[in-house]
Design a protein around this ligand. Structure first.
Ligand SMILES: Cc1ncc(COP(=O)(O)O)c(C=O)c1O
Length: 349
């Protein structure tokens, strides 16, 4: 084998569960249990042969996003999922040795892409209260800091940096890019897109994978200063979002009523999961995103394996301090949640 670049050879790939999804209850990926809007499928059915045989044109989609976000199209780029947006930002900004500050634990793709780009990581550990470690971020800032990665609200911790703290960091590190990942913003209803006008070092990522239920389509968005977006466009392949994903995204954005329904269902099911798990004697934390954390304790690995044996998947956070013994459980449909709760009851008894 021809060896890869050193930084590629050194990373471990993002873990994926092997096998098919058939008959599995997947509450480990923070997907939408309710699926996409029916209007998305209608839009996909309207696709014509020439839509498939020609390269996609993003003009109308960008205008639609621009109108909804109240931003000029020059401040927007669409990407092949938020995952790819993270890769593009790391490739755009990071020279080997540049420092990237990231909360620990946080979303795995951030550290993976930072490492591949050659960054020196400055992980800042969450405390046991799971409040966003803003003081820790402040403490590691120095002249080599090139990028601060902040997920708001965060997964897997469910932390959410206070808006005032975010603004302080934007001011205190004007030489660094603040990459704000708002993949889960819909679930708490608070985005920081309005801050872009004031802070040229702010870059915001959003995704269509969660509240819009389009994870299979791979669609994300980046919002930043126009000059920054022009640089990212050099790194993002010109047609990285395919024609079907684009149509799906347009239909999803237009169906606000369906989005509201899903957000309401997620709230209801998070509360249900938390209440039922509390009655099983488990401590829980309800995130501002689409999941609940449950404390299983020393038995976490055994319980996780026993659930998997029943084709029920949740995320075991035991290898991610300070979340040892905790599970992250995505809000599922009532049927899925009940299957999980019944299995948990049986395994814990
Ligand atoms: C914090 C965070 N950012 C980004 C992503 C990836 O989003 P996408 O599916 O748009 O690539 C995820 C997926 O779980 C995530 O949790």
């Amino acid at each position: 084998m021809i060896p890869p670049r050193k930084s590629v050879g050194e990373v471990t790939p993002y873990p994926l569960n092997p096998g098919t999804r058939r008959d599995k209850i997947r509450l480990d990926l923070n997907e939408s249990a309710w699926g996409c809007s029916p209007k998305v499928l209608e839009a996909l059915r309207r696709i014509e042969r020439m839509d498939v045989s020609t390269y996609p044109v993003y003009h109308d989609f960008l205008s639609q996003i621009a109108a909804q976000k109240n931003l000029p199209p020059e401040n927007i780029m669409i990407t092949n999922g938020a995952d790819d947006a993270i890769r593009i930002l790391m490739q755009t900004y990071i020279e080997p040795g540049d420092e990237v500050v990231v909360a620990e634990p946080s979303f795995g793709m951030i550290t993976l892409q930072a490492r591949i780009a050659g960054a020196t990581l400055r992980p800042v550990r969450y405390g046991s209260d799971l409040a966003f470690p803003v003081e820790g971020f402040r403490a590691v800032l120095n002249s080599k800091t090139r990028l601060l990665a902040i997920v708001r609200p965060d997964s897997p911790t469910g932390g959410r940096i206070r808006r005032a703290d975010l603004i302080d960091l934007l001011r205190e590190a004007p030489q660094a890019v603040v990459m704000l990942d708002e993949t889960y913003w819909h679930f708490c209803g608070e985005s920081c897109v309005d801050l872009l006008a004031e802070y040229p070092n702010l870059v915001i990522l959003q995704s269509f994978s969660k509240a819009y239920g389009l994870a299979g389509m791979r669609l994300g968005m980046v919002f930043a200063a126009a000059e920054s977006i022009a640089e990212y466009r050099k790194v993002n392949p010109p047609f990285s979002v395919n024609a079907l994903a684009m149509q799906a995204g347009m239909a999803a954005l237009a169906d606000q009523a369906y989005l509201e329904e899903v957000l309401q269902a997620v709230e209801t099911e998070k509360a249900y999961l938390a209440e039922r798990m509390n009655s099983l004697g488990l401590e829980t934390r309800t995130s501002p995103a689409n999941f609940v954390l449950a404390h299983i304790g020393a038995e976490a690995d055994r319980v996780h394996t026993a659930l998997m044996a029943q084709n029920i998947f949740v995320k075991n956070l035991s290898s991610q301090p300070p979340l040892e013994g905790w599970f992250r459980i995505t809000a599922g449909t009532r049927r899925e949640n009940d299957i999980l709760l019944n299995a948990l009851k049986e395994i814990l008894s």
